[in-house]
Design a protein around this ligand. Structure first.
Ligand SMILES: Cc1cc2nc3c(=O)[nH]c(=O)nc-3n(C[C@H](O)[C@H](O)[C@H](O)COP(=O)(O)OP(=O)(O)OC[C@H]3O[C@@H](n4cnc5c(N)ncnc54)[C@H](O)[C@@H]3O)c2cc1C
Length: 311
């Protein structure tokens, strides 16, 4: 794993001693202390070039067992990311970090939390995953190159009269950005329905965050958790929006606002097979991905292409 080398650390320590010595000298000059006491600005990532961002902490999320395919991990980077929903960052793993070939590999991730000096991403582990594997192996102090944020969808307050999200697995990360920003904006009262499908009860990314949002914004945010597993979710969980089953025509017809709902926008994001069955896939070619025609369950249920956005 790529850490700050002892040489770099040595230089940093030497630099720190020199700074401390300079501070001593300067603080003895009238008026100099205030400037020197000011905290260093955190590095802010940008789209022009990769920034070296240190991993501040990592934690295995509520989903799956650590190190197993499908588990998700929260990574906190010590860089500022002034993102607007929906946006993503580019994370590069060097050949040394991913250990599979000689070239660095870059992948996209949607920040799910930000502060003035840090941002978090939630990363699912893929088998042999180069970047996801490197991030799952990361320890505090490791450094990754990060670029961004880049906009995936621009939302204006009150742009739609109703919003719905049909989401599978880590497809929740971009949707969570948008849902959070809407419900936490006191000027935005758009009602939101989230239909969130996962394999098991214990493999739901951002579960505690979603439950907190739901509890704080009950009248605006309606969440339905669907789980594939056969074991019955039980009456208690059923009473708070959980059910067994997959996202299909029947569950969508029951849970989504009707196609006749005025100003409705439905966002779809999930694994390829799910997205294809729900709305048809995006079209990838030269240039930015295109929405492509609306097919699948949403088309069968009478929704129009204008009512649907494939994230
Ligand atoms: C706009 C955008 C935003 C994204 N945001 C997030 C996010 O917030 N969190 C997150 O965990 N992921 C996110 N992803 C997916 C992420 O960018 C990587 O594709 C993922 O981490 C796998 O990369 P890797 O280098 O580890 O896998 P690779 O080394 O490229 O592949 C390893 C194996 O996993 C399979 N695989 C790779 N990607 C997928 C996939 N998406 N679905 C199914 N199989 C796959 C490959 O076929 C291969 O077998 C996002 C993707 C996009 C396009």
């Amino acid at each position: 794993m790529f850490r700050l080398s002892s040489k770099l650390l040595g230089a940093a320590t030497a630099g720190a001693s020199a700074t401390a010595a300079a501070a001593f000298v300067f603080q003895n000059r009238p008026g100099a202390a205030a400037k020197l006491d000011a905290p260093a600005e955190p590095k802010e990532i940008n789209m022009k070039a990769f920034t070296f961002c240190e991993v501040l902490k990592t934690r295995t999320s509520s989903t799956g067992a650590e190190g197993k395919t499908g588990a998700t991990k929260r990574i906190t980077f010590g860089c500022k990311c002034s993102h607007q929903p929906i946006s993503m960052v580019f994370v590069r793993a060097t050949a040394e970090q991913h250990g599979q070939g000689e070239k660095p590999v870059t992948k996209f991730y949607n920040p799910v939390a930000t502060t003035d000096s840090s941002f978090d991403i939630e990363v699912k582990l893929y088998p042999e995953g180069k970047v996801s594997g490197s991030l799952h192996n990361a320890k505090a102090g490791d450094v990754f190159q990060v670029k961004g944020p880049a906009r995936q969808f621009k939302y204006a307050t009150g742009q739609f009269k109703k919003m719905a999200f049909v989401i599978g697995g880590t497809g929740i990360t971009p949707s969570y950005q948008l849902i959070k920003s809407v419900v936490e904006d006191s000027a935005d009262n758009t009602p939101i329905t989230l239909i969130f499908a996962n394999k098991t009860k214990t493999s739901v990314p951002l579960l505690s965050e979603l439950m907190s949002l739901q509890a704080a914004h009950k009248s605006q945010l309606e969440v339905h958790f669907l789980v594939d597993e056969e074991e019955d979710v039980g009456d208690t969980m059923r009473s708070v929006g959980w059910r067994n089953g997959r996202v299909d025509k029947d569950s969508l017809a029951e849970l989504l606002p009707a196609p006749t709902a005025e100003g409705l926008k439905i966002f779809v994001c999930g694994p390829g097979s799910m997205a294809k069955a729900v709305s048809g896939s995006k079209v990838f070619g030269k240039g930015p991905p295109q929405q492509g025609p609306l097919t699948g369950a949403l088309a069968d249920l009478g929704y129009s292409a204008e009512q649907v956005h494939k994230i």
